[in-house]
Design a binder for this molecule. Structure first.
Ligand SMILES: *Cc1c(COP(=O)(O)O)cnc(C)c1O
Length: 394
């Protein structure tokens, strides 16, 4: 089927909720993708940070296939080994206590919010359920996580939203303190605001928030849905910030291409969600956890994480070396890279880069965001950089 034929059927049968690019993808190999008409792309998106080991990683394929032959799904009424293994690895790697499995980032954040509210309810009773999040954040698309997202444009149409969220400015501890009151139970944030524009928070600010949370028995909730699973050069970004969060959410990269989310709680609050308080049919299902185990066994290797750091530095260095007056700055950690451009120029730049065969993302109002597969090769990076250079240095 040609692109136009496919697009026509999509327009007829699929709800038009995404501003899709004019590309229909067909298959991939490593960090390369081909569209339905055979055009090849270097991919710097990894399905929005999902396909961390590329599009057809043999170890993930084998893990899924083997588990599918054995038993695809049972239900959370039974114990299964792949799920236990995923949770064990996550805890051993981070010093956290226990894990709950969900199916997406928003759902993981829902679990994190429920945990924080119940922690406070168990200890202080009703009326202490507010959560402070940051302006410019992104936490998901459910009715609750939309409201947790600190951007007014997400608080439309779907009224009434879940109540109990207040917003503070990033990198401003006084603003956080001002947003907290006797009804607050937690502070929730991304360490690098992803959708908001690849904005890393200041380390000093994050440590101050942690201290303030400890002093007031507020849970520190870290949304690592985008920054987790090796993306920033450590398994989780919080490990580079020198903090120990109370709860961490994750999703995107954890399954390497299959849907999974998880909430991970510190030992001090890992029994808050007890029997009957939280559940989901698919969470932790064996086939998906088999994929997560294949991802984690690769991504937790120190030399793998080191390579993510090196590739990230390489990207930043090569982008800066272009000396393009179109590039106003390059920021991020590991292979989460934001190129700051003129907001009015961005759409045209992205279109030219895509037309020439490199897939990129955007974030915020003026950022071109790169989230390549963590396994991208230097050859693939060089090809993508050379193409971007022809656009940035025209
Ligand atoms: C993508 C993302 C989410 C939402 O994840 P979904 O799987 O799309 O529900 C939440 N938080 C952050 C930081 C994200 O990047």
């Amino acid at each position: 089927m040609t692109y136009n034929e496919l697009k026509e059927q999509e327009n007829q049968y699929v709800m038009n909720t995404y501003g899709r690019f004019d590309i229909a993808l067909d298959h991939g190999e490593g960090a390369k993708l081909w569209d339905v008409e055979g055009k090849r792309y270097i991919d710097l998106t990894s399905g929005i940070g999902v396909c961390c080991l590329g599009y057809n990683n043999e170890k993930i394929i084998d893990a899924i296939t083997e588990q599918a032959h054995k038993m695809m799904h049972v239900s959370n009424l039974f114990t299964t080994a792949p799920m236990v293994q995923t949770a064990k690895t996550l805890c051993e790697q981070t010093g956290m206590g226990k894990v709950f499995f969900a199916n997406s980032g928003a759902e993981a954040n829902e679990g994190m919010i429920k945990l924080a509210r119940k922690y406070s309810y168990d200890k202080y009773g009703e009326g202490r359920a507010e959560i402070v999040t940051l302006h410019n954040s992104f936490h998901g698309r459910t009715v609750t996580t939309l409201k947790a997202t600190g951007q007014e444009k997400f608080h439309q149409y779907f009224f009434p939203f879940t109540e109990g969220f207040a917003y503070a400015d990033a990198n401003d501890i006084d603003s956080v303190k001002a947003a907290v009151n006797a009804h607050t139970c937690a502070v929730m944030m991304e360490l690098i605001q992803g959708e908001g524009g690849v904005m890393p928070l200041d380390k000093a600010f994050v440590k101050e928030v942690q201290q303030f949370c400890r002093e007031n028995d507020l849970l520190l909730l870290i949304d690592e849905v985008q920054t987790g699973i090796g993306r920033t050069g450590s398994l989780f970004a919080f490990q580079q910030y020198g903090i120990q969060p109370d709860v961490v959410s994750m999703a995107k990269g954890l399954g390497g291409g299959v849907p999974i989310g998880a909430v991970m709680a510190a030992k001090t609050c890992d029994t808050v969600l007890g029997p009957g308080t939280h559940a989901t049919t698919f969470g932790g299902t064996p086939m998906i956890c088999a994929a997560a185990n294949a991802v984690l066994s690769e991504v937790t290797k120190p030399e793998f994480l080191q390579s993510v750091n090196e590739k990230g530095e390489y990207f930043k260095k090569q982008l800066m070396a272009m000396n393009s007056d179109k590039i106003q700055g390059v920021r991020g950690m590991g292979l989460m890279v934001g190129i700051v451009v003129d907001a009015d120029e961005r759409a045209a730049l992205v279109k030219q880069i895509m037309d020439k065969g490199v897939l990129v993302l955007t974030a915020g109002t003026n950022v071109i965001r790169l989230l390549p597969p963590l396994s991208i090769s230097y050859e693939e990076m060089d090809e993508a950089l050379a193409i971007m250079k022809t656009v940035f240095c025209k």
